[in-house]
Ligand binder design. Structure first.
Ligand SMILES: Cc1cc2nc3c(=O)[nH]c(=O)nc-3n(C[C@H](O)[C@H](O)[C@H](O)COP(=O)(O)OP(=O)(O)OC[C@H]3O[C@@H](n4cnc5c(N)ncnc54)[C@H](O)[C@@H]3O)c2cc1C
Length: 437
């Protein structure tokens, strides 16, 4: 890239940036768009996630109701529409993202967690909500792990699993076919107002543009206000080699649901198209002092060791299977645990960041909000509290590290104590702040 000019510059080649480019072209086919990505498309969280594909855009109904009172019905509709629109786009642009409509199954690991679940699920089903409850016996029948006490299978909407990287690469192909210019290996270094637009400096040239949409998520944001809204939380994962027929038989799990554990520091895991299991999260999730996102914390052996131990506790019958892949990725956490948009430079620059652990589908809504905030065919979406209500900033260091580390260790302690929460978590719960990601 040398010196370029465009109407809309998108920064970041993850889902937010890619969906912004796609929707920008769909709204305004003549819009001249450049997308710059510091490394490679999909190198951030978008190419490293669990692929849990959900209709929730504000991190679940409890979180949404707490932060955006009165908006839950609209958020649910928006989430369902968004999922359907993603699936329609996959068909329209011939993207094979390995979508499997499996729903999500949350397993209980203490017997007390099963109390009242039968009745709760019956009541939900009467309201038309598609939940299935497995008691211990039924759960063991469904998936064979000595750690499971029960399980709640959420089959609402079209929730399921996607192949995260295939989705990134498919979206990249789609936007290139629509005429978006993509420059990889091109970080934004700085930006400033020039005339009615913006001038952006990159290592090998500049981009002059009317508007900038930042999809940089957990990475260092060039706008200070946006920087204070998110912290980078590291999450690590491993993938096994493909399971043999006998190994697959030994675990059951024929319906291939995305699995999570009903604990604070939960693992999330799934089967891939080539019959591996990917296994991430749990107590290895952490925040490093000073909001570090550098490569030196990307591959910590002790955290992978822990992941592997937890895996074999869950599936001891797979003892001996090897992990062929391991990786770390950065989650952008906000104090409201869901996407946080904003604008700067007199409305010339907008961002949508901070999806916490729920960005695979929510990022498409984030991208749409970013475009609308920049003036591209705005709708009443931008009047919602989700967009207008400011997110509380994270405190500066060392308070930030102390607060996050203490919360994380209290969450882990509660998990060891059968879910009983101490005074620190009880205090945070009052502000809906007592969870991990
Ligand atoms: C391990 C892990 C597991 C997860 N699992 C799930 C899951 O199962 N389900 C779910 O819904 N969510 C999950 N998430 C969250 C989800 O992946 C993210 O919310 C989502 O991918 C965010 O997309 P994004 O485009 O906003 O950010 P990213 O994918 O992080 O993209 C940001 C991009 O911006 C680029 N960039 C940064 N700074 C600059 C700059 N100055 N110039 C140019 N480019 C720049 C980066 O290189 C990066 O490619 C997970 C996240 C992680 C890390």
């Amino acid at each position: 890239m040398t010196d370029e000019r465009c109407e809309l510059l998108i920064v970041g080649g993850g889902y937010t940036g890619l969906w912004a480019a796609l929707q920008g072209k769909e709204k305004c086919p003549d819009l001249d768009i450049i997308l710059i990505e510091a490394t490679d498309v999909g190198d951030g969280a978008s190419g490293r996630n669990g692929g849990f594909f959900s209709n929730s855009i504000a991190h679940g109904e409890t979180n949404a109701t707490f932060h955006f009172p009165g908006e839950i019905d609209r958020l649910v509709d928006l989430g369902n529409e968004n999922l359907q629109q993603i699936l329609d786009s996959l068909v329209r642009y011939d993207i094979d993202a390995g979508f499997e409509e499996t729903g999500e199954l949350s397993v209980t690991v203490y017997p007390e967690q099963n109390e009242g679940m039968d009745e709760w699920v019956d009541a939900q089903r009467e309201k038309g909500q598609d939940f299935v409850w497995f008691d211990r016996e039924a759960m063991q029948e469904e998936i064979h792990s000595p750690t499971y006490c029960g399980g709640l299978w959420d089959r609402r909407g079209r929730n399921g699993l996607v192949d995260p990287t295939a989705l990134c690469w498919g979206l990249k192909r789609a936007i290139l076919s629509l005429g978006v210019r993509v420059f990889e290996g091109t970080p934004l270094l700085s930006m400033r107002i020039e005339g009615d637009g913006m001038k952006v400096e990159c290592p090998k040239g500049t981009v002059r543009c009317d508007r900038v949409l930042l999809g940089t998520n957990a990475f260092r944001n060039p706008v200070a206000k946006a920087r204070r809204a998110v912290i980078p939380v590291w999450d690590y994962a491993v993938a096994t080699e493909p399971l043999t027929e006998a190994q697959r038989e030994s675990i059951g799990w024929k319906r291939r649901q995305g699995l999570t554990q009903n604990v604070n520091m939960f693992h999330y895991y799934r089967q891939t198209q080539d019959n591996r299991i990917t296994w991430g999260g749990g107590p290895s999730v952490c925040y490093y002092y000073g909001s570090r996102t550098d490569a030196s914390v990307a591959d910590p052996p002790d955290r992978f060791e822990r992941l592997s131990r937890d895996f074999f506790d869950t599936f001891p019958q797979l003892e001996g299977i090897r992990f062929s892949h391991r990786w770390g990725g950065i989650i952008a956490s906000t104090t409201r645990f869901c996407l946080t948009p904003g604008t700067a430079f007199g409305g010339r620059v907008a961002w949508s960041i901070g999806y916490t652990g729920h960005g695979v589908s929510a990022s498409r809504v984030g991208a749409r909000i970013g475009l609308e905030l920049l003036g591209y065919e705005p709708t009443d979406l931008v009047e919602m509290q989700l967009v207008r209500k400011p997110s509380m900033a994270w405190p500066p260091e060392p308070l930030r590290w102390l607060g996050v580390t203490m919360t994380r260790s209290e969450l882990a302690r509660a998990d060891r104590n059968g879910g009983r929460r101490g005074p620190w978590l009880a205090l945070l719960d009052r502000f809906n702040l007592g969870f991990a990601c």
